[in-house]
Each structure stands twice: as structure tokens, then as C-alpha cells.
Design a protein around this ligand. Structure first.
Ligand SMILES: Nc1nc2c(ncn2[C@@H]2O[C@H](COP(=O)(O)OP(=O)(O)O[C@H]3O[C@H](CO)[C@@H](O)[C@H](O)[C@@H]3O)[C@@H](O)[C@H]2O)c(=O)[nH]1
Ligand SMILES: [Mg+2]
Length: 240
């Protein structure tokens, strides 16, 4: 049931997203305003040298400090802890986690919300690996690693979802609070661990196919250590 008091907190971790932040904010604001839904964006910026925080402060003037919350940290402390930090400031009863670089396009948000409401889901995840989903802009190596990571987790842990490493997700607030308090990993296996724990809780999960488009500039820092960390992470979850 859709409640008048529903509020959506969009948790946006940023590192050098000065160019992307204004447009992504505009599209998120437009989406929620059109649907007459309460929203806020919680920006967790890790002292980006490109001036992302100056842009965030400008956006606060335009949209209001009740809509744009800036919760910076003093250095680049990583994505996993950025979520933990940002979550403390979310006041909505739903939390959306997404990237700020347009790999996760706001155009999918209405579908996430609709599906959640229809089935009273605990989690809705964006999947690249179901019909009508996809990945664009990655080289073969990164595609292979991502597919391999998902297949490995599927075979070993049977998480029951088609994309365990993606991070475009909508959660009920109490659900993400619970999961975050349990999750141990901080690296690339973070998203996977969340889904495995969600399954262990028996949470109701739905999927929306998304096209993941890689950012135009910069490159991923994914390396051999991350891959080994991921494999260890999957195996360590065998006995939760
Ligand atoms: N605050 C903060 N934000 C960060 C940091 N590192 C990255 N970010 C922000 O987190 C988002 C994702 O970072 P990317 O560097 O663009 O990640 P990616 O390589 O495209 O990886 C994506 O796909 C993976 C799965 O295939 C996902 O696991 C990952 O979360 C992300 O969605 C962006 O909004 C970026 O600005 C950090 O240390 N601190
Ligand atoms: Mg990216």
C-alpha cells in the first residue's frame, strides 16, 4: 500500500563527480516531484579534489537543504563505509542506493517504486543479468569478471537473484539497517554479501532489468586483490 508519508532517501556516494552531480540531481528531483513523492538526496563525498562538494552546496541552495544533504568525509575511505556513513542520515522509510556517474540511470526509479508497492517487497534490485538487462561500455575482461563473479556466487551460494554484485537497489529502511549492521566486507564483495544475508533473512526481493552504461571517463580500480577478496568472501558466506 502506498502511504502518503512514504519518503525516499537516495544515497549517493561521490568521488570526483562534479560534472555528473547536477544532472543526476535534476533527474532524481524531477522523477520524485512528478510522482508527488517525498525525497531527499544524501551525498557522501570523500573529499573529492575536483570540487564535488562546492557543487553539492550550490545544489543545496537550489533545491533546499531538506532535499540535498551533504555528509562529507575527510578522505577517500571507500564505498562500503560510505554507505554505512550515509545511512545514518537517511530520514526516509525507503533508501535507494545508486552510483552518481549515470551507470545507474534515474529513469528506472519509477519501475523500482512501482514493483515495491505492488508486492510490498523488502528489496528491489536492478539487474544487468536478466532478460532486457545489459552492460554497455565495459571491455571484455571486465564483462568476463563480472559474469564470472555472479556465476561463482550463484553456484556456491544460490542467492536466488540474478545480479549479486550490482549496487542499484531500493530497500525498506529497516531492512537496509539490519543488513548493514551484519555485513562484514568492505570491498567489491560488499553487495554480494548483502544479498546473501538478505536471502538468509527471507526478505522479499524483486528485480528490475537495467542497462548499466559505464562512465565515459576514468577507469575502474578493480584488480587481482579485489577478485581474490571476492572469492574468499563468497566462500566465507557458505556457513552463515
Ligand atoms: N564516497 C565515496 N564514493 C566513491 C568512492 N569510490 C567510488 N565512489 C562513488 O561510487 C560510485 C561507483 O563508483 P565507480 O568507480 O563508478 O564504480 P564502478 O567501477 O563503475 O563499479 C560499479 O559496478 C560494480 C559492479 O559491477 C558495483 O559493485 C559498484 O558498486 C559500482 O556500481 C560513484 O558514484 C563514485 O563516485 C569512495 O571511495 N568514496
Ligand atoms: Mg561507475
Amino acid at each position: 500500500m502506498a502511504a502518503q508519508t512514504d519518503k525516499y532517501s537516495i544515497l549517493l556516494p561521490t568521488y570526483n563527480e562534479r560534472k555528473n552531480l547536477p544532472i543526476i540531481t535534476y533527474l532524481i528531483a524531477k522523477t520524485f516531484d512528478q510522482q508527488k513523492l517525498n525525497w531527499e538526496i544524501v551525498i557522501v563525498d570523500d573529499a573529492s579534489p575536483d570540487g564535488t562538494q562546492d557543487v553539492a552546496r550550490e545544489l543545496q541552495k537550489i533545491y533546499g537543504e531538506d532535499h540535498i544533504l551533504l555528509k562529507p568525509r575527510t578522505g577517500k575511505l571507500g564505498l562500503g563505509t560510505a554507505y554505512v556513513h550515509g545511512l545514518k542520515f537517511c530520514t526516509g522509510n525507503f533508501v535507494v542506493i545508486m552510483d552518481a556517474d549515470f551507470s545507474h540511470h534515474p529513469k528506472y526509479l519509477p519501475e523500482f517504486i512501482k514493483l515495491q508497492r505492488e508486492q510490498n517487497l523488502d528489496i528491489v534490485l536492478g539487474t544487468r543479468y536478466a532478460k532486457n538487462g545489459g552492460v554497455y561500455g565495459w571491455d571484455l575482461k571486465r564483462k568476463f569478471i563480472s559474469r564470472g563473479a555472479n556465476l561463482f556466487a550463484k553456484v556456491v551460494l544460490a542467492p536466488g537473484v540474478s545480479d549479486v554484485t550490482g549496487s542499484f537497489r531500493l530497500y525498506k529502511k529497516e531492512v537496509i539497517d539490519t543488513l548493514m549492521s551484519e555485513v562484514k566486507s568492505k570491498g567489491y564483495q560488499f553487495q554480494m554479501e548483502i544479498m546473501v544475508r538478505a536471502r538468509a533473512h527471507g526478505y522479499k526481493i524483486g528485480e528490475v532489468p537495467i542497462a548499466f552504461v559505464d562512465r565515459l571517463y576514468g577507469e575502474s580500480k578493480l584488480g587481482m586483490d579485489d577478485i581474490l577478496g571476492y572469492v574468499k568472501g563468497v566462500l566465507s558466506l557458505l556457513f552463515i
